[in-house]
Each structure stands twice: as C-alpha cells, then as structure tokens.
Design a protein around this ligand. Structure first.
Ligand SMILES: C[S@@+](CC[C@H](N)C(=O)[O-])C[C@H]1O[C@@H](n2cnc3c(N)ncnc32)[C@H](O)[C@@H]1O
Length: 214
C-alpha cells in the first residue's frame, strides 16, 4: 500500500519534458532545455519539485555568511535561486548553458548577474570568487555529465561550500558516484547530506550533498 501523504499540489495533465529528459542524448540536451524553458516551472512545481528547497535549507544551516556571493551553477529558470533567496541568501548569481532557461531566470528578478556558459568552454567568470556554489539537478543524467563535478570542484577556492544534488538515476550510475569519490578523496569533504523527495509527483528522490573544499 502507498504510504505517501496526499498531494497538496495540482497534477498536470501532461509531463512532456520530464518524460523526455532522461532519454535525450547529451548533444541535444541544451536544445531540449531551450524548448522546455517556458513550461519548465509549471511542469516541475506541478509535480512538487522539492530538491531546491531541501538544498537551500541544508546550505543555509552550514554557511556562515548568507550575504557572501553565491553562484547557482546550472541555474535553469531560477527555481533554486528562488529557494536560496527564500532562506536568506542575498547575493546570488547564476549561469547556464541554455539561453532559454536563462531568459526565464532573468524574469524572476532574483539574480544579481546571469552568465551564459558553454558545455565545454572556459567559464566567463572566476568560480573561485564565490565562497558559495550550488548545482541543483545539474550534475545528473538528464543534464551535465559526471566530469562537470570535478571541473567545478577544481576551480573552487579553499573553504568554499558547494551544495549539489544527485537524483535517483544519478545515484545508481557508477560514473557519477566515481566522480564524487574522486573529489572527496582529494579536494573536498562532505560536510552534510540528506536524502528526500526530488519530484514527488513522479515518486523520485534525490540526495543533497554539501562539500567543503579543502
Ligand atoms: C534539471 S535543470 C535544473 C535547473 C535548476 N538548477 C533547477 O533546480 O530547477 C538542469 C540545468 O542544468 C543546465 N546545464 C546542463 N549542463 C550544464 C553545464 N555543463 N553547465 C551549466 N549548466 C548546465 C541545463 O541547461 C538546465 O538548465
């Protein structure tokens, strides 16, 4: 028997892009997010998207300075930025490879600055300038490949807090788990983590990690 509590959010009639995202080739991923941008918030919030709120609360518990510059890596339409703002972070920048997603983020008026980045290129800013970095649902099957975890960690300054999530698919993918092991064996320690709802309307879960860079 299903022991989950009753839904308190509307269930959409379609799940057009959530159905597609885990089946899309990496080379078509940015196009998919560009097409998804306008409907993303409705589809995700309609299914109770919980990871950004969990991530924001976990980071707020450990981060000493909520006014410190924070980079929301793979900010998408800004749902994680909104969750970070709601728990008291005040200086939030964002970056993403999808211009469509960035346009939606811009309209939220939460970000101090937004950057368009390329999947493979150098970043147009210094990640080491940010003592706080987040990546909700970004390093994941259905988004960025495992190497992106190491690329981010390699650019962070000592004592940076980096909060990110792995969904169910990602937790079951040895390549992503190996990437996490590689960074925690060399450059970072897991300060805190928790597992909980990711997209409850789909019954999916995620684990949120906060790393501190050595
Ligand atoms: C599932 S969405 C999550 C967006 C947002 N963080 C949220 O929680 O709603 C994944 C986002 O990661 C972005 N992304 C994928 N690969 C990326 C990369 N290498 N660098 C920056 N953003 C990337 C996608 O364009 C997309 O906006």
């Amino acid at each position: 028997m299903d022991a989950r509590p009753p839904r308190d959010y509307p269930v959409p009639m379609t799940q057009n892009f959530l159905d597609k995202v885990y089946k899309t080739d990496p080379e078509h991923m940015t196009d998919l997010y560009d097409q998804w941008a306008e409907g993303y918030d409705g589809e995700l919030t309609g299914q109770g998207y919980a990871t950004p709120g969990r991530l924001a609360r976990l980071l707020a518990d450990v981060a000493p300075d909520h006014d410190a510059p924070l980079m929301d890596f793979g900010c998408g339409t800004g749902l994680c930025g909104a969750a970070l703002s709601a728990v008291g972070f005040t200086t939030i920048d964002g970056c993403d490879v999808s211009e469509g997603m960035l346009q939606e983020a811009q309209e939220k008026g939460i970000y101090r600055r937004l950057w368009h980045t390329s999947e493979n290129g150098a970043l147009p800013f210094h990640l080491s300038d940010y003592p706080l970095v987040t990546a909700a649902g970004v390093i994941s099957t259905g988004a960025a490949p495992p190497q992106v975890l190491e690329q981010i960690v390699d650019q962070l300054a000592p004592r940076t807090f980096f909060a990110f999530s792995y969904n169910d698919h990602t937790l079951n993918d040895p390549d992503y788990m190996d990437a996490l092991a590689a960074v925690t064996e060399t450059r970072a320690a897991i300060v805190t983590e928790n597992t909980g709802d990711h997209i409850p309307g789909l019954g999916s879960r995620s684990r949120v990690y906060v790393l501190e860079i050595a």
